[in-house]
Design a binder for this molecule. Structure first.
Ligand code: S3P
Length: 459
């Protein structure tokens, strides 16, 4: 590893914050190029790293989370190269071909990098130390440690399964059948990736369908994946000790990122925007179902399949929204979209209830608390239980006029900027930097549609 001559950054995290303010905005118009899907980008790099040969990727998300995955793979001897905007290639090391990293793997804010890499590391008989930022080090890792330990890995963690982790894989893993105790695509993916190294068949059973990008991409790269419906739920089986063949990956635009401009347009009367090539995987599309139920004017055009994932071009127009009940069964298909849907609910007429959303407490921040505190500070009536939120819509512009703590959470940051666009008074967020994890250039892309968002350059 080459020594770095850059002096350490001694400024405090507080001093590095970049506040931003959003003000009441007229109709949005125009087209936005939404960045690539974060989940699919991580998987393209990781599976590319395990394939034998070169995997070419188009439309890769160039956000900090995906850079964290690329950096970790490079630290384990994989060549990951950027050829142009969104165009990357990975020269794979083959299944079980990673090298022991000679330094700590710092995964920044990225839970997906941390949990999926545990699956990748499981079949390598070396030790790696995994850590992350103040947000990631608070998040539960036991959910991956537990099944991977059953397969033969050894993990030391801080109390409660928190990072940093000292993770030692095993050259020989045991195949398992694992019933997911929480609906989590990250846990499912970690076990399936570990299963690639295990002899025979490893099965994950999920009672609630979560995003299936890992299964789709494993199949795309030639792995033997079987999917059956059982009384306990959907069983996904991988046959291990196989090789992956490189296959081109076209990353669709991220529906989770598209939700921000889509909801901004839906709540700003007279808006008319288009968002092309948005991923429409049913396991991700719950937010669009909700918007339609709320009465949003949203059209899905040119529905097609691109690189094994369904995509469509969206046209969203502004208008009046009404409150809805969002059932728990829909949570997995829109788990990252509750903060921005809460903003739509605050502007709607009537009450909106999100049921079965306890998982929001263990995301990049405690999102249940962040939504409740933020909406209340903006003058919206809101209450929460352990796993639900009730929002009384303002039937038009909410009062706004608050400063929101973003807690290193990109989706809280972007949601409350959208809130400011629709509010009577400006809304300031204490830090816009976290939006770079999933949506680089968010404020500029929104401004290009007409949004009044200013970043505080003096901070
Ligand atoms: C992700 C799965 C979800 C989601 C996260 C990305 C993935 O997390 O919240 O942003 O890429 O697999 P869980 O699997 O923990 O629900």
């Amino acid at each position: 590893m080459t020594a770095t001559m850059t002096p350490p950054d001694t400024t405090s995290p507080e001093a590095r914050r970049r506040p931003a303010t959003a003000r009441r905005t007229g109709p949005l118009s125009g087209a936005m190029d939404v960045p690539g899907d974060k989940s699919i980008s991580h998987r393209a790099l990781m599976l590319g790293a395990l394939a034998v040969g070169t995997t070419r990727i188009e439309g890769l998300l160039e956000g900090e989370d995906v850079h964290a995955t690329a950096g970790a793979l490079r630290a384990m001897g994989v060549s990951v190269t950027r050829d142009g905007p969104g165009a990357w290639h990975v020269d794979g090391a083959g299944v079980a071909g990673l090298h022991a990293p000679d330094n700590v793997l710092d995964l920044g804010n990225s839970g997906t990098s941390a949990r999926l890499l545990c699956g990748l590391l499981a079949g390598h008989g070396f030790t790696a130390i995994l850590t992350g930022d103040d947000s990631l080090r608070k998040r539960p890792m036991n959910r991956v440690i537990e099944p991977l330990t059953r397969m033969g890995v050894q993990v030391e963690s801080r109390e409660g399964g928190r990072m940093p982790l000292s993770f030692t894989g095993a050259d020989t893993l045991l195949p398992v059948e694992y019933v997911l105790p929480v609906p989590s695509a990250q846990v499912k993916s970690a076990v399936l990736l570990a299963g690639l190294h295990a002899p025979g068949k490893t099965t994950v059973v999920e009672s609630i369908a979560t995003r299936d990008h890992t299964e789709r991409m494993l199949k795309h790269m030639g792995a033997e994946i079987g999917i059956t419906e059982t009384p306990e739920g959907r069983a996904i089986t991988i046959t291990g000790q196989t090789e992956l063949s490189p296959a081109a990956v076209q990353v669709p635009a991220d529906p989770s990122s598209a939700a921000f401009p889509a909801i901004a347009a839906a709540i700003l009367p007279g808006s008319d925007i288009s968002l092309d090539g948005i991923g429409m995987n049913p396991a991700r599309a719950g937010v669009f179902v909700c918007l339609q139920e709320m009465g949003a004017d949203i059209a899905f055009r040119n529905e097609r399949d691109e690189g094994g994932e369904p995509v469509a071009d969206l046209v969203v127009k502004g208008g009046a929204l009404k409150g809805i009940r969002v059932p728990a069964e829909r949570a997995a298909s829109m788990i990252d979209e509750y903060p921005i849907l809460a903003v739509a609910a605050a502007c709607a007429t009537g009450t909106t209830v999100f049921e079965g959303v306890g998982e929001l407490r263990v995301k990049e921040s405690d999102r249940l608390a962040a939504i409740e505190t933020g909406l209340r500070a903006c003058g919206v009536t809101v209450s929460t239980t352990d796993d639900s939120i009730t929002i009384e819509g303002c039937g038009g512009p909410p009062p706004g006029g608050a400063t929101i703590a973003t807690h290193l959470d990109h989706r809280i940051a972007m949601s409350f900027l959208v809130m400011g666009l629709a509010s009577e008074n400006p809304v300031t967020i204490d830090d816009i930097r976290p939006s770079e994890t999933s949506f680089p250039g968010f404020a500029a892309a929104m401004r290009a549609l007409g949004a009044r968002i200013e970043e505080d350059s003096t901070a």
